[in-house]
Design a protein around this ligand. Sequence first.
Ligand code: FAD
Length: 414
Amino acid sequence: MDCDFDILIVGGGMVGATMAYALSPLPLRIGVIEAVPFKSDNQPSYDDRAIALAYGSARIFEAMGLWHKFADKVSPIKKIHVSDRGHFGVARIDSVEEKVDGLGYVIENRVVGAVLAKALPKLENVELICPATVTDVEMDTNQARLSIESDGQQMQLTSKLVIAADGGNSVVRQLLEIPTRSWDYGQAAVIANVTPERHHQGVAYERFTDTGPVAMLPNSYAETGDPNRCSLVWTVRSGDEDRVLGLSDDDFLAELQTRFGYRLGVLEKVGRRNAYPLKLVRAKQQVRPRLALIGNAAHTLHPIAGQGFNLGQRDVAVLADVLAAAIAKGEDIGATEVMQRYSDWRHWDHKKVIGFTDGLARLFSNPLAPVALARNIGLFTVDVVPPLKRLLSRQTMGLAGKLPRLAMGLPLQG
Ligand SMILES: Cc1cc2nc3c(=O)[nH]c(=O)nc-3n(C[C@H](O)[C@H](O)[C@H](O)COP(=O)(O)OP(=O)(O)OC[C@H]3O[C@@H](n4cnc5c(N)ncnc54)[C@H](O)[C@@H]3O)c2cc1C
């Protein structure tokens, strides 16, 4: 049976648009359905956030031929410094020990969006259907059928495979009644750009406090004109975010200073602020026949270790690898066996990263003295035991486990 598309990707956010670009060298007709135009101020994926892109994710972008478009708009992370406010434990990871120029790179979501918005329309086999919202999904043996609303018009499109990349509240996941496991952390992340007195020297700071972690990421590429600029992710208790957002700049900086300390000197300037409620959501099924879930639609994490997009980026690389192999063997790309191969490959990475971030989020928000002592011994041990440190570095850099071709820096085919 002939379908309108081979693949329909629902959601053209950070992960969905990257998926479309990654698949574009393959002989496929790909549609990307996105609700909100890329350059809109209301675009929920390409917003004011800056994320820590792991070394492995940068390598995936490089293998896709996109990295050079980002390279002058990122700040390399030379070192990671993890500490626990008011306690002795510190863990440090250094790019020199890992023999790389950056353990990762800080990049703004808006920058990623601008690059993808330019790159996607140039791809002959990718059609961007935007603004358009998926309102219904039906699966049968031979095809998937999506109902779409665009400019008040209803239409239906069919494909051999649907990739759901429609974020943490995935409509596709809900319409297909895929159950989830979820946990509300009772926390919200307040983000803003902050300029401290001292230059960050490429150090990403993660400081645990009794209300949750405070991260300061180096984010001062040349265009910003502000060499000391850092991106802040400040975790506060749910319900306190409105108060924190509403503080005057001086009061905001004073309160932040007491939580973060003086490692970067006096905090001098703060920009626009936003807040995000923090939850863990994991779909209990990652695939069904003719369906794969990727990115936040499959797993939404606490931002504590900067792993959410990186995990989604590895979903992209593995799914592209599995689909390229299926096409080479003449298989049906939406077949149960093909989907299962993808799900099996992703299983351990998902389990490990979700367990790691969830464990950290709970452990470091626990004020009990014995727990604080145990976690500080943990930080100290990681810092002084080289094999443990190496394990943490590989995980943080996104280089652990069986890597797909793109994550090894190789093109999808050849
Ligand atoms: C404060 C904070 C800091 C973070 N820091 C990091 C970090 O340092 N490192 C890291 O790796 N990750 C980080 N993350 C996580 C990262 O931002 C997310 O994992 C990533 O943005 C998810 O991208 P996505 O494309 O899967 O989903 P989304 O960004 O949610 O995109 C989903 C897209 O689908 C579209 N859509 C939704 N429903 C429909 C529909 N029915 N029809 C059509 N389109 C639809 C939406 O408009 C949107 O464009 C952070 C997150 C937060 C909140």
